[in-house]
Design a protein around this ligand. Structure first.
Ligand SMILES: NC(=O)C1=CN([C@@H]2O[C@H](COP(=O)(O)OP(=O)(O)OC[C@H]3O[C@@H](n4cnc5c(N)ncnc54)[C@H](O)[C@@H]3O)[C@@H](O)[C@H]2O)[C@@H](O)CC1
Ligand SMILES: Nc1ncnc2c1ncn2[C@@H]1O[C@H](COP(=O)(O)OP(=O)(O)O)[C@@H](O)[C@H]1O
Ligand SMILES: [K+]
Length: 502
């Protein structure tokens, strides 16, 4: 699924009207119908109480007026408050005229803002994608008043005051803090960034039949990967496939006190469908590794506590390095030798990333299409501290294009960046995955899919990230989010990949 800018969204609306030969009023009615359907499913009219609909002067306000009419017709108690302005959009005027007289309407005024009880339902239809400047004056006062009220706010299209696709020009200007945001057609970039979480709340995208041809042709670097995405499916294993068909992976992981990272990562690689796995680990880990992962082969390093040797890379189709590795100087030398000599796909995580950050000259050695899996802290060590989440995405795009690699910037909506600068946000996963070892599991899974010769680098990585999050969702359904531990992710990789197999 693509993510478009506010300007492209406006063009998409126009293209939809043209292609389907409908008026903007008809499109707005569709939008309002979709909003109303969501309301019927979420809040029963007997329990919703009186709903306050705050309407701005443009089409976002028009949506609010149309929604107020539909909710009133469905038996909800509704009142409307209008933001006074000289000029309203044509569809606003149409929907104002068609609002039944039985719905109370008031004009918002500075000294007399409407009382909003704690827990009341409020629909924010003040401003959407047409927001042209930071909120000030009465609009700002209304939003500040709303935010103080501790109401349940449902934002139409966008929380008012928030830009769809870029940072706030005035960080001091107020933005509605919504419990829910209901967008149309496609997710917005703003929905996916942690800095907007308190404004956006839980978001949903409602289908209003926007023109698919326009979407297909629209140029954007931003994409959203979902379970149904055919581009990231796992091909079925051929009936005559055997272990060599599915690749032999090498994992360099572990150090004293961090052998669990190697065990988790190896488990994920095995559950990810690799044909054969060899782990190269420090001597201290031999017993624990062989006992917990009997399916994997094990090479032990001459050093007991950390990895100091690079084994012969001849047998392997992919190499992963990093989980629990530590940052000994001998380990840095192993990483450097790996980068200089490897002819197969590499997956670099955790301490191997920290070593790259501390020795930036090594970045120049990264082979094309290497997969790096940093969380935000590790990514900062590789680049610089970002001013905000949008700047971090700029840094991500600059990094992937410069180093021609695939970067998995981990988080709630993990961003997979490709060497051509395209970025794919992941839809699966949950906060239960914020637990030690979750990242090690992802590394093992990426490694398995990079060893699978049937998949290209971007396909393998997006699929691994999608399946990892889905495994987390399947696991959390059993353990709850708090009870989820990284080993549960490993246990659910099989079913997660099964759900993604075509
Ligand atoms: N046919 C369409 O184009 C559709 C549009 N839709 C709705 O239309 C919205 C976009 O409508 P518009 O383009 O009219 O834009 P908005 O309604 O988001 O806002 C534009 C209006 O607000 C004023 N304004 C902008 N920034 C302001 C500020 N900081 N302070 C005070 N006034 C400000 C503008 O002068 C204009 O009157 C979407 O967010 C969505 O809710 C939906 O109905 C789907 C279909
Ligand atoms: N709130 C969340 N929603 C979805 N996924 C999450 C969330 N929090 C963490 N994750 C996922 O869990 C993993 C954590 O990785 P990482 O921070 O490297 O953990 P560790 O270093 O403990 O292995 C990442 O894949 C991340 O995307
Ligand atoms: K809004």
């Amino acid at each position: 699924m693509k993510i478009l800018t506010a300007a492209q969204t406006h063009q998409l609306d126009q293209a939809t009207m043209q292609a389907q030969n409908i008026t903007s009023t008809e499109l707005m009615e569709r939008a309002a119908g979709a909003l109303a359907e969501w309301f019927y499913g979420e809040f029963h009219s007997n329990e919703a109480g009186e709903i306050l609909v705050l309407c701005g002067p443009g089409n976002n306000g028009g949506d609010g007026l149309a929604l107020a009419r539909l909710l009133h017709a469905a038996g909800y108690a509704v009142r409307v408050a209008l933001l006074p302005t000289e000029k309203q959009s044509a569809d606003w005027q149409h929907n104002r005229q068609h609002l039944p007289a039985a719905v109370p309407v008031a004009e918002l005024a500075a000294g007399a803002l409407p009382a909003i009880a704690p827990g009341a339902l409020v629909i924010d239809a003040l401003f959407g994608t047409g927001l042209a400047r930071p909120l000030a004056g009465l609009a700002a006062a209304v939003v500040a008043h709303l935010n103080q009220a501790r109401a349940h706010v449902v934002a139409v299209d966008l929380p008012s005051g928030l830009l769809a696709d870029g940072p706030q020009p005035d960080p001091g200007a107020p933005v509605v803090r919504a419990s829910y945001t209901l967008g149309f057609g496609l997710p917005k970039l703003a929905f996916l960034l942690p800095q907007n979480a308190d404004y956006v709340g839980e978001w949903h995208v409602l289908d209003i039949g926007l023109d698919q041809d326009f979407i297909d042709q629209a140029a954007t670097p931003w994409h959203f990967t979902q379970l149904a995405d055919a581009n990231v499916a796992l091909p079925r294993r051929g009936r005559f496939g055997y272990k060599n068909t599915f690749g032999h992976a090498l994992l360099l992981a572990g150090s004293r006190g961090k052998m669990g990272a190697a065990v988790l990562s190896a488990g994920a690689c095995l559950r990810g469908g690799v044909g054969l796995l060899t782990a190269h680990i420090p001597g201290v880990g031999y017993d624990v590794f062989q006992t917990t992962r009997p399916e994997a082969m094990c090479l032990t390093d001459a050093q007991a506590d950390f990895v100091s040797e690079l084994p012969d890379l001849g047998p392997y189709q992919a190499v992963g390095i990093g989980p629990g590795l530590g940052q000994a100087d001998a380990t840095r030398a192993v990483l450097e030798e790996l980068l200089r000599t490897a002819k197969v796909p590499l997956v670099i995580d955790a301490d191997a990333l920290n070593l790259l950050g501390a020795h930036r000259e090594l970045l120049e050695l990264l082979p094309e299409n290497t997969v790096l899996t940093p969380h935000i802290g590790e990514f900062t060590r590789l680049t610089e501290k970002a001013h905000d989440d949008y700047h971090r995405l700029d840094l991500l795009r600059a990094f992937i294009q410069k180093h021609r690699c695939v970067v998995v910037l981990k988080g709630a909506y993990t961003a997979v960046g490709a060497p051509d600068g395209q970025v794919y946000f992941n839809s699966t996963g949950n906060p239960g995955m914020g637990t030690g070892g979750s990242g090690d599991v992802l590394t093992g899974l990426v490694l398995a899919l990079r060893a699978d010769q049937r998949l290209g680098p971007l396909h393998a990585t997006r699929l691994a990230v999608l399946a990892h999050g889905h495994a987390g969702d399947l696991a959390a359904a059993e353990t709850g989010e708090a009870g989820l531990i990284a080993g549960d992710l490993v246990a659910h990789i099989g079913p997660a990949l099964q759900a993604l197999t075509v």
